[in-house]
Design a protein around this ligand. Structure first.
Ligand code: ZN
Length: 136
């Protein structure tokens, strides 16, 4: 993934800035309702459980399990040059998170396999929260 800043950029807004600031700080931040404590992801203005607009965040441990996945083989667009796995990870904290699974043999990916977070600098200004098969 070299060749300059060609990787797609995340959309950062008032609801998601805390998340990307967390990634820059080495943390996987998950939005948490300040009133009832329910975690939610992706970030949104209000709590689906109690309706509160007040929120803070928790820092996730970075481990979870593959809830679902898809292998993208075609069409590939730059900077992706080889098939890759898009995964829905259910974090140990209970929220689901869409990411990419790296360093995995695509044919051996399974629902339920344990994965862990890896913050990957894809270029000089973008670090992404990706997942890899968990080490023992
Ligand atoms: Zn709530």
């Amino acid at each position: 993934m070299s060749g300059g800043n060609t990787h797609p950029r995340p959309a950062v807004n008032d609801d998601t800035a805390f998340f990307w600031e967390g990634i820059a700080a080495g943390e996987l931040r998950i939005q948490r309702c300040a009133d009832c404590g329910v975690l939610r992801h992706p970030p949104s203005p209000g709590c689906a459980a109690c309706g509160s607009l007040a929120w803070n965040h928790a820092v996730a441990g970075g481990r979870g399990a593959v809830f679902s996945y898809a292998i993208v083989r075609h069409p590939l667009s730059p900077p992706f040059t080889e098939p890759y796995a898009v995964v829905v990870v259910e974090l140990d904290e209970g929220v689901r998170f869409v990411s990419r699974l790296i360093d995995a043999e695509l044919e051996r990916i399974e629902i339920g396999m344990t994965v862990e977070l890896e913050l990957v600098a894809v270029d000089d200004t973008l670090t992404l929260p990706l997942f890899r098969p968990a080490r023992a």
